[in-house]
Ligand binder design. Structure first.
Ligand code: ADP
Length: 296
């Protein structure tokens, strides 16, 4: 089912405009919402998860009015918040069983079936009798997904789920999400570009409460290709290049500094044409250099 967000706005009491007329259409499948810290991602996620009020705008999931029909939407919703706390002294099985009861699964045998199934799906079955306090960050996040999947939700919202995971756990978590995303609408917020490039068929970039760009990652990469140039510089040369060129990223590669610039034409100055990637799209968009025609 499609999630349609129209002109959603939110200003906090301290005057911070967290969302400014956000308009997005999110089809079924995995959708990545990419933006730096403070962009407004969590505010949007919490609003969609019916945990927070907005000031203006509308949100529909299929025919359901998300902002108005909160009880109905909650029945269809699975949510993994940014700061998912667990009770450290109870086991994974006990807590998931408890959540399942709260979700209305009162039949014991049926509940056991569902809880076992979710623990298996999230690769936690072997450790189900261990206390959550001893779980690694990745195990905790997988447990968070297990609880979000209770009640077979159609809309799943996950807020910055891979922040702080080691590379192996991130791959594991990605595999889990991509299995789920096959037949549901999954909205994933992140500041990590590879989360989106690995997983999402559609994406948007958000900053300072504004949607800057949206579309299919590969199309957005195709749009920027031919406009990215790179060269190595020394530490001493870096300020010169930052002054003279549209530097969108600076990274260390084997101990040397590689800079990438955005430009319609060859900037000269020793730059070579580079293959554009999603990081370039992200950095150039956030820096305000790259403005693609997009239809959100
Ligand atoms: P993100 O999830 O992308 O990091 P947030 O939605 O958490 O962004 O925050 C967007 C902006 O709103 C930030 O400037 C943040 O400081 C501010 N903000 C978030 N929550 C509150 C709040 N409860 N009160 C005041 N300002 C807030």
């Amino acid at each position: 089912m499609e999630l349609r967000i129209r002109n959603l706005s939110k200003t906090y009491a301290n005057g911070v405009v967290a969302l400014d007329k956000v308009t997005l259409t999110i089809p079924a499948g995995m959708f990545g919402l990419l933006g730096p810290n403070g962009a407004g991602k969590s505010t949007l996620m919490r609003t969609l998860a019916t945990l927070q009020e907005c000031d203006a705008g509308s949100v529909f999931f299929g025919e359901l009015d998300v902002l108005d029909e909160k009880d109905e939407i909650r029945r269809l919703l699975g949510y993994l918040p940014q700061d998912f706390g667990v009770y450290p002294k109870v086991t994974a099985y006990e807590l998931l069983d408890h959540f399942a009861m709260l979700k209305g699964l009162s039949n014991r045998a049926r509940r056991r079936e569902v809880v076992d199934g979710l623990l298996q799906q999230t690769n936690l079955f072997e450790v189900r009798h261990q206390r959550l306090g001893g779980f690694s960050g990745g195990m905790r996040q997988r447990f968070g997904i297990a609880q979000a999947l209770l009640g077979d939700p159609q809309l799943i919202i996950v807020d910055e789920p891979t922040a702080g995971l080691d590379p192996q756990e991130r791959v594991r978590f990605h595999n889990l999400l991509s299995d789920i995303g096959e037949d549901k609408t999954v909205l994933l917020s992140t500041h990590i570009v590879s989360d989106v490039s690995d997983l999402c068929a559609n994406m948007a970039i958000i900053n300072k409460g504004h949607v800057l760009l949206c579309g299919e990652p590969q199309k957005l990469i195709d749009d920027i290709d031919g406009k990215i140039w790179e060269r190595f510089v020394t530490k001493a040369e870096l300020p010169y290049f930052q002054r003279e060129h549209d530097v969108i990223s600076t990274r260390l590669l084997t101990g040397r500094t590689l800079i990438r610039v955005y430009g319609e034409r060859d900037p000269g100055d020793g730059f070579f044409a580079a293959n554009g990637d999603l990081e370039d799209v992200y950095f150039a968009t956030i820096a305000g250099r790259h403005v693609a025609a997009s239809n959100c």
